[in-house]
Write a protein that binds this ligand. Structure first.
Ligand code: DGL
Length: 272
């Protein structure tokens, strides 16, 4: 048993989409979340920069005395998991990609055509493709970078015609040409626009990395006997740039008022 909070982080609001699953599955757990909103998006930055930013955030979460770090960002998960595990050998560190790739490999039908939509960084790292193909030799995996989606989501343009135009711009062609039947939301921001994708392709089987990372957290805490037996205090959400949109989106995703949470600006220690 361990009543310390679980630390989550993302480049921005996306990682918050895992948290309703945790709240439902593990109501005794307390969350400390960090969104690096001042520097989002990470998806078009270099792997070295992403690793440097993620170390700064992990240091912040460790100072908050978290018992586990959840990289609720596929872009960071694609390049920084080994480095973070090496830096913090005593803290369990969970990324998004392995749990999602495992579930997709387990559930996809024979000879499925699997489409991964993600940031440019995640697509370039090729980790989804590699992991799914290692587990399933019968399926085909196709990837598509959708770099304009995260900035639009961070702007709160979610249920907006500009979003419908943008999802159409990226998906039309990709889905038809590759006969995609299974789509992986390989970015934790994308569950926020699932409706826009479903409007276009109602028959696609959709997997969300936000849900799979939450299931992996539950399994890991159980296996290590680290589940909390009571929730002590409010969930905390910090950002490197605290905008009204960030707060509104947190309320919308969690279905809670901001007064029920602790929300604040926190600068990271970025050294000299
Ligand atoms: N939510 C992040 C992910 O899962 C978005 C990355 C970005 O900032 O571009 O990849």
């Amino acid at each position: 048993m361990d009543n310390r909070p679980i630390g989550f982080f993302d480049s921005g609001i996306g990682g918050v989409t895992s948290i309703p699953y945790i709240m439902k599955m593990l109501p005794n757990e307390r969350i400390v979340f960090y969104g690096d909103t001042a520097r989002t998006p990470y998806g078009s930055k270099s792997p070295d920069t992403i690793r440097e930013f993620s170390l700064q955030i992990a240091d912040f979460l460790v100072k908050k005395n978290v018992k586990m770090i959840v990289i609720a960002c596929n872009t960071v998960s694609s390049v920084a998991v080994p480095m973070l595990r090496e830096k913090y050998p005593d803290i369990p560190i969970i990324g998004c990609i392995t749990p999602t790739a495992k579930e997709v490999s387990k559930i996809s039908k024979p000879n499925a055509n699997i489409g991964i939509i993600a940031t440019r960084g995640t697509v370039n790292a090729g980790v989804y493709q590699q992991k799914i193909e290692e587990m399933r030799s019968d399926v085909k995996v196709f990837s598509k970078a959708c770099p304009a989606l995260v900035p639009l989501i961070e702007e709160g343009l979610i249920d907006h015609e500009i979003m419908d135009m943008t999802t159409k711009y990226y998906l039309e062609g990709f889905v038809e040409e590759n006969q995609i039947d299974t789509l992986v939301l390989g970015c934790t921001h994308y569950p926020l626009i699932k409706r826009s994708i479903q409007k276009l392709y109602p028959d696609l089987e959709i997997f969300s990395s936000s849900k799979e990372v939450a299931k992996a957290v539950e399994l890991e805490l159980e296996a290590r006997d680290m589940l909390a037996d009571q929730k002590e205090g409010k969930d905390e959400f910090y950002a490197s740039d605290l905008s009204e949109t960030f707060v509104t989106l947190i309320e919308k995703i969690l279905g809670q008022e901001k007064d029920e949470l602790k929300i604040g600006f926190e600068d990271l220690d970025i050294g000299e």
